[in-house]
Design a protein around this ligand. Structure first.
Ligand SMILES: C[S@@+](CC[C@H](N)C(=O)[O-])C[C@H]1O[C@@H](n2cnc3c(N)ncnc32)[C@H](O)[C@@H]1O
Length: 263
């Protein structure tokens, strides 16, 4: 998936960008997936570790493993959670035994997999029969406010940006899209839902700064602009969000799916 390489940026930039939503989203995904104490769980595409940390808090670090193909992100996750086994690996080739986990989760990752069908098949393979496989993806085309307003402003300032708009290019971002993928992986007792989380900002510049580091597809688009168009985007984005020099909160919606692995 074009865009996966944009997550080789620093974990700090990611944390100040979409990572701001990571902890509440992880808590919501864990509750949605019904992960319970005593389980052993895998976080696929862990990034700097928002979901890994929430799983470790619930299950204990020794009962959690994590995987991500980005070395800086895997390293950041390892540094935060030294008792978690963190491997540099893609979802499509997980270096874990069959049926090794009671739960395999991924947060905001499916759209970045090179081969999502293979990635989900691998999540199923490493989950024991009766265990849960669950994921969530942003509602890029709708109510993920941070990114939706960014791409709407980009389309206004740079019409060619329509080709990069995550709401248009992400294959798994509509309601029910993930369920199709889960159905194809023959998971049973499937449940779909939406998870709505919030993040706080000190002011607009607090929100804008991470984009200028090139993190994520929107950041990569931002740093690819010349100076004048970047300034125009900054102003259009701020105007669209109707925020200024004071603190504000944005909400973000993700679509979630969970299913049970079978024999
Ligand atoms: C939007 S970030 C989400 C990170 C983390 N799960 C979170 O919620 O903060 C997407 C992550 O997917 C990872 N990724 C990209 N391609 C992947 C693949 N083929 N398999 C697994 N993870 C992948 C990236 O390195 C990045 O860490």
């Amino acid at each position: 998936m074009p865009g996966a390489e944009t997550f080789r940026a620093s974990a700090d930039a990611y944390d100040r960008h979409v990572g701001r939503y990571g902890a509440p989203l992880a808590a919501a995904l864990i509750a949605f997936a019904r992960v319970e104490q005593g389980m052993r769980a895998l976080d696929v595409g862990c990034g700097p570790g928002a979901l890994t940390a929430a799983l470790a808090e619930r299950l204990g670090e020794a009962s959690v493993c994590a995987a991500d193909p980005s070395e800086p992100f895997a390293e950041a996750c390892r540094a935060r959670l030294p008792g978690v086994e963190v491997v540099v690996a893609s979802a499509e080739a997980l270096p874990f035994a069959d049926r090794a986990f009671d739960a395999a989760l991924s947060q905001l990752v499916v759209n970045f997999m090179r081969d999502p069908e293979a990635g989900v098949r691998e999540m199923v393979r490493v989950t024991r029969p009766g265990g849960v496989v669950a994921s969530c993806v942003w509602d890029y085309a709708g109510e993920m406010t941070l990114l939706r307003a960014f791409w709407d402003a980009a389309r206004e300032v740079v019409p060619e940006s329509a080709a990069a708009d995550e709401g248009a290019v992400m294959p798994w971002c509509g309601e029910g899209d993930l369920a199709d993928l889960w159905r194809a992986a023959a998971l049973r007792d499937m449940r779909s839902g939406s998870l709505v989380v919030r993040a706080s900002y000190a002011d607009f510049e607090d929100l804008w700064a991470p984009f200028t580091t090139g993190v994520g597809p929107a950041g990569a688009f931002c740093v690819g602009l010349d100076h004048d168009r970047r300034v125009a985007l900054h102003d259009a984005y701020r105007h669209r969000l109707r925020v200024g020099d004071g603190p504000f909160v944005l909400t973000a919606r993700a679509w979630a799916v969970a299913g049970i692995a079978v024999e």
